[in-house]
Design a protein around this ligand. Structure first.
Ligand code: NDP
Length: 445
């Protein structure tokens, strides 16, 4: 790492002790930014990096609620409003027992660059709770969401901060959150949350957007090597929103997705995952992958283990951070891997990224490859602002244009800085320069 950036990084790490995921995200970005500071010494003088690493606002709050047996439960809620240079804070809410400040900050930090890359007017933020929706009844989830919003509502707004979903937060949760916001404020402020239902202000393609976008980005990477997804053997991790829609899109483009996972195990389905059955099991019944395997002939279920043991030419990690380590990456490379498109945020460890890059595998980092979700959220905000709703075809066309644009911007930036094909560098520099320019123009705030 560039020596000037090294000392800023050390200060940032020391100021934020115990936040391993945030440290990892910061180091990864700093490693790309040396050449930018050679060209733009004004960024150093204005302490852009020091300011970027310090969230504009961090909110931590108590979320009390009662479970179905009448017992009082207490969770912790978070919203980190990281950077508003380009627009209102924008980023999802994650409900998962692993959530703590370090995870929310890593996600919020990544979100700044991702949102800049989309070319849309949105800043970066992220939030969530250590609440675990798994195994909770609808009534419990509703009471939790209502209590969470009873504090969060005073911090958000269509021109201030616009949350959306992430792990554990889908259409059901957004509905309960929106209802409580409307009740407290007495405003039908559609643009305050994205990921809403279609009949009450949502956008077509938003549920599919992250997974579809990841596959479109991966297709663009493959095109640079004169190939495509057609005929590829694909492995996807996860079986939630991003994973299911990535599987659907990859198969539409002619690939065969032979495996996917949840946090209990994985399935191998050599005929190609049956997306309708997977949606039925995971989205309608809120069941487990094991149930999928029990209902389809010729499918094997592996309890525990790693889905990255299955050979593939294309890998789409769509579950969670640090789920693919250096050993798994080396195994995939030995199995003939051509490309990785990150649907999840930071799913590959730093070791894994190094293995992929050394082996010449096309590697699309999450902040570029999974930006289709937030980009379509921005399209949802546009529709809300103009009280309009667009067709599926039109919205998907916009998503495709945006993803191709992100790919091309990353590729062109990597070329400009002398590292053709390095999408990590392209994404980090491309996103950073846009935000840094806006911060410079807006003065010391
Ligand atoms: P979901 O909650 O819909 O699905 C998450 C999936 O990942 C589930 O299959 C889950 O398994 C698995 N998973 C979660 N945590 C772990 C873990 N610790 N170990 C193993 N498996 C795990 O979330 P999404 O699909 O929305 O999000 C997936 C990833 O995509 C996240 O990294 C998120 O930040 C990122 N992302 C999401 C966007 C969106 O629009 N939703 C936008 C951009 C990025 P199980 O069911 O067993 O818990």
């Amino acid at each position: 790492m560039d020596a000037r950036l090294e000392s800023i990084k050390d200060t940032v790490l020391a100021r934020n002790p115990g936040e391993a995921e945030f440290h990892q995200a910061v180091v990864e970005v700093f490693e790309s930014l040396g050449p930018v500071h050679d060209r733009h010494p004004e960024f150093l003088e204005a302490a852009i990096l020091e300011r970027l690493c310090e969230p504009e606002r961090q909110i931590i709050f108590r979320v009390p609620w009662t479970d179905d047996s009448g017992r009082v439960q207490i969770n912790r809620g978070f919203r980190v409003e990281f950077n508003s240079a380009l627009g209102p804070y924008k980023g999802g809410l994650r409900f998962h027992p692993s959530v703590y400040l370090g995870i929310v900050k890593f996600l919020g930090f990544e979100q700044i660059f991702k949102n800049a890359l989309t070319g849309m007017p949105i800043g970066g933020g992220k939030g969530g709770s250590d609440f675990d929706p798994r195994g909770r009844s609808d009534a419990e989830v509703m009471r939790f969401c209502q209590s969470f919003m009873t504090e969060l509502y005073r911090h958000i707004g269509e021109y201030t901060d616009v949350p959306a979903g992430d792990i554990g937060v889908g259409g059901r949760e957004i509905g309960y959150l929106f209802g409580q916001y409307k009740r407290i404020t007495n405003r039908y402020e559609s643009g305050v949350l994205t990921g809403k239902g279609i009949s009450w202000g949502g956008s077509l393609v938003r549920p599919e957007a992250t997974g579809f976008g990841t596959v479109i980005f991966t297709q663009e990477m493959l095109k640079t090597r004169g190939t495509s997804l057609d005929g590829q053997r694909v492995v996807v991790s996860g079986s939630g929103n991003v994973a299911i829609n990535a599987i659907a899109k990859a198969q539409t483009l002619g690939a065969t997705v032979v495996a996917c996972s949840d946090s209990s195990g994985y399935v191998v389905d050599e005929a190609g995952i049956d997306v309708d059955l997977l949606r039925e099991v995971k989205e309608v019944e809120r069941g487990r992958l094991k149930d999928y395997a029990e209902r389809r002939a010729g499918v094997s279920y592996v309890d525990g283990g790693s889905v990255w043991d299955v050979d593939a030419t294309v890998a789409l990690p769509c579950a969670t951070q640090n789920e693919l380590d250096g050993d798994a990456a080396a195994r995939l490379v030995r199995g003939g891997l051509l490309a990785v498109g990150e649907g999840a945020n930071m799913p590959s460890t730093r070791d894994a990224v190094a293995v992929f890059q050394e082996a010449g595998v096309l590697f699309g980092p999450g902040k570029a490859a999974n930006a289709g979700g937030v980009a379509t959220s921005a399209l949802e905000m546009q529709q809300n602002a103009s009280r309009d709703s667009w067709s599926f075809e039109h919205t998907e066309e916009r998503l495709t244009e945006i993803m191709v644009g992100i790919h091309d911007r990353c590729a062109a930036t990597a070329d400009e800085y002398g590292e053709p094909g390095n999408y990590v560098l392209g994404a980090n520099i491309g996103g950073f320069v846009k935000v840094a320019d806006a911060m410079l123009a807006q003065g010391l705030i």
